[in-house]
Design a protein. Structure first.
Lengths: 368, 335
């Protein structure tokens, strides 16, 4: 978020609300970020954090009943106004902004040869001839590392392995040379060995083409060492945004810290007790006045409950929405006070060591 | 991996389950056969957690299902209490004899939501096992058992009596699946990718719960996963499988700290956070696992192996002991 020149993509105070039978679900609740040309950014969060809805908003894929507020500017154009006009900008989505989805089997058409599926967008958007589009589809398959691209053009998705299918999806997304590629959990349904190849491929292609990329994932390990920046989302809000290295070396939001602690580590000893995050994500039908993470956070003070923290700069390029960022004296004071009285301001029980009781004790932690 | 052999088997009264030369093949039309599991042998000690890891298609889930005879394996033996004097070979049983043994091995599956019947109340789902194995009603004692197990896994028994699975979250449904397996007091719990459909914060809760249940109910676990970090966290011993064969078996610490098989090394190097014991150079695998209908000759891993030599194509490596509890099937193990 250097903001020296105008960024390629700029999202300001984005809000997305879905009317549902149980009430208005605030899926995205005031998210802002910038993406520079050539930059890659990770959006990390658990199910229900609003990361996929954010990505779909950028891609103009929200259902028509979704209520959207805020601004999305791409290369000086107001995307929300364009999406309202519909037809006039059919050569924007899929051409300049393109997306790769989680499950390659469902994002490909099972009854159409993969070559045709890639050529389709070239012919529709760029008006290429059948022959030229087919030749280019073959080149694209080669670029995404598919062996024998000529033969693969005439195969159907079911004839390919999961990893190859995802490469086909990437080839189709890249066909019109997008300036931004959004990858939503691109490797979640793939094996670790294949995952590494796909992530490396995406990164190489991004560098080669000078594309910007948004990598949406629930797995912090996926963004590590790959993106320039990471935005951590929770309950539809941005909790923390920082350069990727700093998220790993100096995470400041208690939620980011809790996410890191909850993941089993390949290099730690066997049978290490894991540290789950106590409680459950809030129901987003009624966004809390205070911090949405307050119920599950061990640093929670009265202020966290009364007043929602705003995203504030903590250092160069590092922003956090927290009254008591981890590693600051405010956090230490809050934690010491909570440990001393045995609970936080929201009543979460805290062990005298400063760890939530649910994380140390055996037995039930979740209730219906 | 190719490997065959049984040197990795341990003897003694502590062995609760022994799998010998397990083969599972499925016909797929016109004389073609999928060699899903080919000559796999391992054992499980009382109170141990055994991990089985490998990519999709390596046969790890098929192996788990063959243990509970779903379906019975093509050949090989699955023996309970093999060295106790009253061993039971599951593969030789059928009908009522098999049903009598089933409570001793229970299983939980990957997708907690689809493994519960959406039309039934949670309490009925959990107590069904007990009902089947206690002719007629389950009685007060049975009801108490159901309450006790539900409470142990963190589900409110009152809510379970009136709610159906869709009213619970994915993590809670996995707790319900665990409760259903535990009511019949099993000795062995087979967990097939129990946390891969869950969010990371829920995953930690379920993994902790499995450790707690293992201690509370004296269980031995077989834990199948493609996630190497998760396997590191919960297991004592690890089996690495590739294309229906075992590559490497050993104590989890040794296997993670000194992986000997090139496939194990590649797996450990491909993880989002690679293991310390391997380098970038070890992450060498291309995308494609060969087809299990026509597995490569010799060592099945040779087509993707960076070290493969001529011998690997002609001669299948035998399982050999490295040091202590660490076995590898490779002509060129890294030691």
């Amino acid at each position: 978020m250097t903001g020296r020149q105008a960024p390629l993509l700029s999202v300001r105070d984005l809000k997305v609300v879905f009317p549902t039978p149980i009430g208005m679900v605030h899926a995205v609740d005031g998210v802002s970020f910038d993406l520079e040309a050539g930059q890659s950014m990770g959006i990390v969060g658990e199910s229900g954090s609003g990361k996929t809805v954010t990505a779909k908003t950028l891609m103009n894929l929200l259902p028509s009943y979704a209520l959207v507020d805020g601004s999305v500017t791409f290369d000086g154009r107001d995307l929300r106004a364009l999406s309202a006009e519909r037809k006039s900008e059919k050569h924007l989505w899929g051409v300049e902004i393109s997306m790769v989805f989680q499950d390659p089997m469902t994002s490909l058409n099972p009854v159409k040869k993969v070559g045709e599926q890639i050529a389709e967008s070239l012919r529709y958007h760029l008006g290429e001839t059948r022959t030229a589009a087919r030749r280019q589809a073959g080149d694209l398959l080669e670029q995404v590392g598919i062996p024998e691209p000529g033969r693969r053009l005439d195969e159907y998705p079911h004839q390919l392995s999961g990893g190859l299918r995802q490469r086909v999806v990437i080839a189709a997304a890249l066909a019109c040379e997008p300036r931004i590629l959004i990858a939503d959990e691109p490797t979640t349904s793939l094996d670790v060995t294949v995952q590494k190849h796909i992530l490396d491929l995406l990164d190489d292609l991004r560098a080669e083409r000078g594309m910007s990329m948004i990598l949406v994932t629930h797995d912090l390990g996926v963004v590590k060492g790959r993106t320039d920046e990471v935005m951590v989302m929770y309950a539809g809000r941005t909790m923390e945004e920082a350069p990727t290295e700093e998220i790993f070396s100096r995470q400041s939001h208690p939620y980011t810290e809790a996410l890191m602690e909850t993941i089993p580590k390949i290099n730690s000893a066997g049978h290490t007790r894991l540290m789950p995050i106590p409680g459950q994500p809030p129901v987003t039908t009624s966004p809390p006045i205070g911090c949405p993470f307050a119920d599950r956070c061990r640093y929670t003070t009265d202020r966290c409950v009364a007043q929602g923290p705003l995203l504030e700069a903590l250092g160069d390029d590092h922003q956090v929405a927290c009254h008591t960022p981890v590693g600051t004296p405010a956090a230490e004071t809050a934690l010491a006070a909570n440990a001393a009285r045995g609970h936080t301001a929201t009543g979460l029980e805290i062990h005298h060591s400063g760890v939530p009781v649910g994380a140390v004790a055996d037995g039930p932690a979740e209730q219906v | 991996m190719a490997g065959r052999g049984t040197v990795q088997l341990r003897g003694g009264e502590d062995v609760i389950l022994r799998v010998e030369n397990l083969v599972q093949e499925f016909p797929v039309g016109r004389h073609r056969v999928v060699h899903a599991v080919s000559d796999v042998s391992f054992d499980l000690l009382k109170g141990e957690t055994l991990g089985i890891v490998g990519e999709s298609g390596c046969g790890k889930s098929t192996t788990a299902r063959a243990l509970v005879q779903l379906p019975p394996p093509t050949s090989g033996r699955v023996v309970l209490d093999p060295d106790s004097g009253n061993e039971v070979d599951l593969t030789g049983l059928s009908g009522n004899d098999l049903r009598d043994v089933r409570p001793r091995l229970q299983m939980i599956f990957q997708d907690p939501i689809s493994s519960l019947n959406p039309r039934r109340r949670v309490r009925d789902i959990v107590s069904e096992g007990l009902e089947i194995w206690s002719d007629g009603g389950i009685g007060t004692e049975g009801q108490e058992r159901v309450d006790e197990v539900l409470h142990a896994v963190g589900i409110d028994p009152a809510a379970a009596a009136s709610h159906r699975p869709h009213q619970f979250s994915g993590g809670q449904c996995q707790r319900i699946s665990i409760a259903r397996a535990l009511t019949v007091d099993p000795e062995i719990l087979i967990c097939d990718e129990p946390v891969s459909a869950l969010d990371v914060s829920v995953q930690a809760k379920i993994l902790n719960l499995l450790e707690d249940m293992k201690a509370r109910y004296d269980l031995s676990l077989i834990f199948i996963s493609h996630d190497l970090s998760v396997v590191r966290n919960v297991t004592d011993r690890v089996v690495v499988m590739y294309l229906g064969k075992i590559c490497e078996v050993g104590d989890a610490d040794r296997l993670y700290e000194a992986p000997a098989h090139p496939y194990t090394r590649a797996l450990l190097a491909s993880a989002p956070e690679p293991a310390r014991s391997v380098g970038v150079a070890d992450a060498v695998l291309g995308d494609d696992i060969p087809s299990p209908t026509e597995p490569p000759s010799g060592c099945r891993f040779r087509t993707r192996c960076p070290l493969a030599i001529e011998k690997c194509a002609t001669e299948e490596p035998q399982m050999q002991q490295l040091d202590g509890d660490h076995f590898v099937a490779c002509h060129l193990p890294r030691v």
